[in-house]
Design a protein around this ligand. Structure first.
Ligand SMILES: *Cc1c(COP(=O)(O)O)cnc(C)c1O
Length: 374
C-alpha cells in the first residue's frame, strides 16, 4: 500500500521533552510473537487467542457496523449494555465498556488509585497489571504464588494496607492457569477491608471446568466492593476488535464512565459483541469452549505420559514452569515452528490452539525431554 508523503517532512528535531520517570522502571508490554509468514508450518501459540475465525454472523455484524463508521459510536452503547445487563442480571448502567478489559482495568486504576496508593495482585500474573498500575501513579504490591503456582490468599490478605485501593484476582490466572473457588474468594473477601475494590478478572472463565467454576455472579451480588472484568477477546474471538467490560456496582460504574476514553468501543466492536450474545452464536461459542477444554485435556495427558508435572490449567493455555530453562525451551519450540510465550526465568505459556499446533506442542515437549542436554 502506498501513501502520499507529507511535503513538509524535514529532519527530526531533537526531543527535549521530559517524560515521567516512572516510565523508565516499567516494562513495555511484550506482545506475543507473530508466526512467520514464510509459508513454513508455523503456529502462533503465544497470545491466548482463539484459533477459530469469528463466527459468520458475528463477522457479518461487524461488517454491517462498518457501513456507518462516518458516525461516532453510540457512546452509551445502549443495545449492548442492555444485553449484557440482562446476561449478568444487573442494570445496563452497571456495565462499563471499553477497548478490551485491559483498558477497563486501566480505568479501574484511574478511578481508584491516587499517587502512591497500592494495588495488590498475585505474581506471576497478567503482564499488563504492573504497567497499568505504574503508569497511572500507583504502587504494585505483587504477592508471589505458592511453590505449586497456586494463589497464596493469606499472603495476599496480609499484603493489604490502608493504602490498598484495588486488589486483582485473575482467575484462571494468566499465565499459570490456577483458579479460585467460590469458597476461596468468599473467605478472601471476608479477610480484606470493604473499602478496597476486589476486581475479578475472568478473561478465561469460559474455558474453566464448568462444574467447579467460581460463582462470581453471586459473589458480585453479595459484596459491594467486587467488580467483574470480562472480555470478548478470548473465546469470542474478537481480540482484534478490542472490546471488553466490567460488571460494577453503581457508584464505581459511574466513576468508570467518567475516566474511560470517550467512544472507546467502536461501532463494529459493539455490533460484533452484541451478535456474540445471540443464542445460536452463544451455542457455537460453547461448542468451541468444549473443544478447547478437550484439547487441553489431551495435551495435558500426553505431557503427563512424557513425565511432565504440569500445574493445574483452567484457561485456554498450559504453563511449563521451567525456571532457568525458560528461554531455551521457547527457542527450542520456535525452531520447530511453534511460537510460545516465555516469562523471564519463570516459565513458558503455550496457548491451546488449532489441533496441528497442539500436536506440535506435544511433539516439541517430547523432543525436549529426549534431547541430549548440552
Ligand atoms: C487477554 C486478557 C484480558 C483481555 O484483554 P483485552 O484487553 O480484553 O483484549 C484480560 N485479562 C487477562 C488476564 C488476559 O489474559
Amino acid at each position: 500500500m502506498s501513501t502520499t508523503p507529507d511535503p513538509d517532512v524535514v529532519p527530526a528535531p531533537s526531543e527535549t521533552i521530559r517524560l515521567r520517570s516512572v516510565l523508565e522502571e516499567l516494562p513495555a508490554y511484550v506482545a506475543g510473537k507473530p508466526a512467520a509468514e514464510d509459508g513454513s508450518r508455523r503456529f502462533k501459540a503465544s497470545s491466548n487467542e482463539s484459533p477459530f475465525p469469528p463466527v459468520a454472523a458475528v463477522r457479518d455484524a461487524a461488517a454491517a457496523g462498518l457501513e456507518v463508521t462516518n458516525r461516532y459510536p453510540d457512546a452509551a452503547a445502549h443495545e449492548l449494555r442492555e444485553a449484557l445487563g440482562t446476561k449478568h442480571g444487573v442494570d445496563p448502567s452497571q456495565i462499563a465498556l471499553s477497548t478490551g478489559s485491559v483498558a477497563v482495568t486501566g480505568d479501574l486504576v484511574r478511578a481508584l488509585v491516587d499517587q502512591g496508593d497500592e494495588v495488590v495482585y498475585p505474581w506471576r500474573s497478567f503482564e499488563a497489571y504492573p504497567i497499568l498500575v505504574g503508569s497511572h501513579g500507583g504502587v504494585s504490591v505483587q504477592v508471589p504464588l505458592t511453590a505449586e503456582l497456586e494463589y497464596d490468599l493469606d499472603a495476599m490478605a496480609a499484603a493489604v494496607t490502608d493504602r490498598t485501593r484495588l486488589i486483582i484476582l485473575c482467575t484462571p490466572n494468566n499465565p499459570t492457569g490456577a483458579s479460585l473457588s467460590t469458597a476461596q474468594i468468599e473467605a478472601f473477601l471476608g479477610a480484606v477491608p470493604e473499602d478496597a475494590v476486589v476486581a475479578i478478572d475472568e478473561a478465561y472463565r469460559e474455558f474453566h471446568d464448568p462444574a467447579t467454576v467460581a460463582g462470581t455472579a453471586g459473589i458480585f451480588r453479595r459484596h459491594g466492593n467486587v467488580v467483574l472484568l470480562r472480555t470478548f477477546s478470548k473465546l469470542q474471538g474478537l481480540a482484534g476488535l478490542r472490546i471488553g467490560y466490567a460488571v460494577a456496582h453503581p457508584r464505581l460504574a459511574r466513576a468508570l464512565s467518567q475516566v474511560t476514553v470517550p467512544f472507546g468501543a467502536s461501532i463494529p466492536a459493539q455490533t460484533a459483541a452484541l451478535m456474540s450474545l445471540r443464542g445460536d452464536v452463544q451455542q457455537e461459542l460453547d461448542r468451541r469452549a468444549v473443544w478447547i477444554r478437550e484439547e487441553r485435556s489431551r495435551v495435558l495427558s500426553a505431557l503427563a505420559e512424557q513425565g511432565w508435572q504440569m500445574p493445574s490449567a483452567q484457561g485456554n493455555f498450559v504453563y511449563f514452569p521451567l525456571g532457568e530453562k525458560t528461554t531455551e525451551f521457547a527457542e527450542f519450540a520456535d525452531r520447530r515452528g511453534l511460537v510460545l510465550r516465555a516469562y523471564g526465568t519463570d516459565g513458558v505459556r503455550a496457548t491451546i490452539a488449532e489441533q496441528e499446533a497442539n500436536d506440535l506442542l506435544i511433539e516439541v515437549a517430547r523432543a525436549w525431554r529426549e534431547r541430549r542436554p548440552a
